[in-house]
Design a protein around this ligand. Structure first.
Ligand code: FAD
Ligand code: UDP
Length: 377
C-alpha cells in the first residue's frame, strides 16, 4: 500500500499513452497526490509532438508542430515547461515553381493578379465567384471558389487538397477549407491566434518535465493490450488515449484515418528552401509539403534537415494521424462513445480516444478539463 505525506492511501491511475493528453493528465493527477503508472507502446515519450536533436537541430519526427492559441490559461500553462521563441508560421506555396504567400492575403492576390488594394482584390474574387450563380457551397470546390475565386482554387487549393485527402474536392465537405484564413491585409501570419511559438529546446523536454514527478512511473515499449488484465487490476482508474475502436476490440468495425509517410534527408548545406514550410500545391509533386526544421528556431547550423510529407491511405498497422470525421465514421464513433460512457473505471481522452483532430492547445485544454471533471478542482 502506498501512503502519501498526509498519511492517506494514494489512489492509483494507469495512463495509457505518454502523448500530450496523457502527460498533462498524469502531471496534474500526480500533483493531487495520485500515484500514476504511464504505459507507452513506443520507445519514447511525447507521442506525436516528439522532437529530437540531430546535427544541433530540433527534428519534429511526426510532422511539424507549431504551438498557437488564444487561450491565456493554456499559454501560461505550457510556458511553465518551456520558454517559447518568436516563430510565426508563414508558409509559402510552390505551384510549378511559382511562389505565393499563404494564407490567402493581399500578397497572394497582388502576385497573382497585380491588384494593389483590398477593393481591387474583392472585385476580382467576386468576378470569379460569379460562376457559382449564388449557389450555396455544397462541397469543398464550391466553398473554395466562393471564398477566393477560381484562380486560387486551381493553383493553390485543388491539387493540394486532393493529395491531402485522397479524393476529389467535389466529394469533400466545405468545412475543411473554412479554417484557412482569407485576409484583405498584407499579413502572412498563418494563424489568427494571440500567442504562437516553438518551445526552445523542443517539445520532448516539455513532456519530460510534465512526467518528472516522484508519483509518476513511465514504462516505455509497453503496449496496454499485451497485459491489459494485469495492468487494469492494479489501479482504480484508467486514462486511455489509444484508439477507441481498438479498446472495444473493433466490435462495431474499424474507424478510418489518414496517414502520412515522411521522407527525411540531412543535407550538407546551410539553407535549403529559406522557410520552415513550403506547400507544393501542384499535382506534379507527390508530397504536399517540405519542412526545413532549422527554420522553426532560426538555426544557423552548417547542415540542414528536410522532410517531404506524403499523405497516404491508412491501413491497420499504419500510424493513425488524422481521424476522418465524415458522417460514416462519426456515426461509428458515436456507437463506441456510448459504450465508453458506460465504463466507470475508464476515461477516454486525446485525439485517438475521442476520435477528433485536436491541436496541441486544445489537447491541453481538454486534458485539464478531464482532470477537473474526474479528480475535482
Ligand atoms: P498522441 O500524441 O497520438 O499520443 C497518444 C500516445 O498513446 C502515443 O504515444 C501512442 O504511441 C500511445 N498509445 C496508443 N495506443 C497505445 C497502447 N495500446 N499502449 C500504449 N500506448 C499507446 N497541433 C498543433 O497545435 N500545431 C501543429 O502544428 C500541429 N501539427 C501537426 C502535424 C501532424 C502531422 C499531426 C499528425 C498532428 C499535428 N498537431 C498539431 C496535433 C498534435 O499532434 C496533437 O494535438 C497531439 O499530439 C495529440 O496528443 P494525444 O496525446 O492526444 O495523442
Ligand atoms: N489547403 C490548400 N492549400 C494549401 C494549404 C491548405 O488547399 O496550401 C487546404 C487543404 O484542403 C487543407 C485545408 O486547407 O486540408 C486546411 O489547411 P490546414 O493547413 O489548416 O490543415 P492541414 O493542411 O494541416 O490539414
Amino acid at each position: 500500500m502506498n501512503i502519501n505525506k498526509n498519511n492517506n492511501v494514494m489512489k492509483k491511475i494507469l495512463v495509457v499513452g505518454a502523448g500530450l493528453f496523457g502527460s498533462v493528465f498524469a502531471h496534474e493527477a500526480a500533483k493531487k497526490g495520485y500515484q500514476i503508472k504511464v504505459v507507452e507502446k513506443r520507445n519514447h515519450i511525447a507521442g506525436n509532438i516528439y522532437t529530437k536533436e540531430i546535427e544541433g537541430i530540433q527534428f519534429h519526427q511526426y510532422g511539424a508542430h507549431i504551438f498557437h492559441t488564444s487561450n491565456k490559461e493554456v499559454w501560461d500553462y505550457v510556458n511553465q515547461f518551456a520558454e517559447f521563441n518568436r516563430y510565426t508560421n508563414s508558409p509559402v506555396a510552390n505551384y510549378h515553381g511559382e511562389i505565393y504567400n499563404l494564407p490567402f492575403n493581399m500578397n497572394t492576390f497582388n502576385k497573382l493578379w497585380g491588384v494593389v488594394t483590398p477593393k481591387e482584390a474583392q472585385e476580382k474574387i467576386a468576378e470569379q465567384r460569379a460562376i457559382l450563380n449564388q449557389k450555396r457551397p455544397e462541397n469543398l470546390e464550391e466553398q473554395a471558389i466562393s471564398l477566393v475565386g477560381t484562380d486560387i482554387y486551381e493553383k493553390l487549393i485543388k491539387d493540394y487538397t486532393e493529395k491531402q485527402w485522397g479524393r476529389p474536392c467535389t466529394e469533400l465537405p466545405p468545412f475543411i477549407i473554412k479554417r484557412l484564413p482569407v485576409r484583405m491585409t498584407y499579413d502572412n501570419n498563418y494563424f489568427n491566434d494571440k500567442y504562437q511559438g516553438i518551445p526552445i529546446g523542443g517539445y520532448t523536454q516539455v513532456v519530460e518535465k510534465m512526467l518528472d514527478h516522484p508519483n509518476i512511473e513511465v514504462h516505455l515499449n509497453t503496449d496496454f493490450f499485451d497485459k491489459r488484465e494485469q495492468l487494469e487490476s492494479e489501479v482504480d482508474k484508467v486514462v486511455y488515449t489509444g484508439m477507441i475502436d481498438q479498446f472495444f476490440d473493433y466490435k462495431f468495425g474499424r474507424l478510418e484515418y489518414r496517414s502520412l509517410s515522411f521522407e527525411n534527408e540531412i543535407l550538407d548545406q546551410e539553407n535549403y528552401q529559406g522557410n520552415a514550410v513550403v506547400n507544393y500545391t501542384d499535382a506534379e509533386h507527390k508530397y504536399t509539403r517540405i519542412i526545413e526544421h532549422k527554420h522553426f528556431e532560426f538555426g544557423t547550423q552548417p547542415k540542414t534537415i528536410i522532410t517531404k510529407e506524403y499523405p497516404i491511405d491508412w491501413k491497420p498497422g499504419d500510424e493513425p494521424y488524422y481521424p476522418v470525421n465524415d458522417n460514416k465514421n462519426n456515426k461509428l464513433y458515436k456507437k463506441y462513445k456510448e459504450l465508453a460512457d458506460k465504463e466507470d473505471k475508464y476515461i477516454f481522452g486525446g485525439r485517438l480516444g475521442m476520435y477528433k483532430y485536436f491541436d496541441m492547445h486544445m489537447i491541453i485544454h481538454e486534458s485539464l478539463k478531464h482532470v477537473n471533471k474526474y479528480l475535482g478542482d
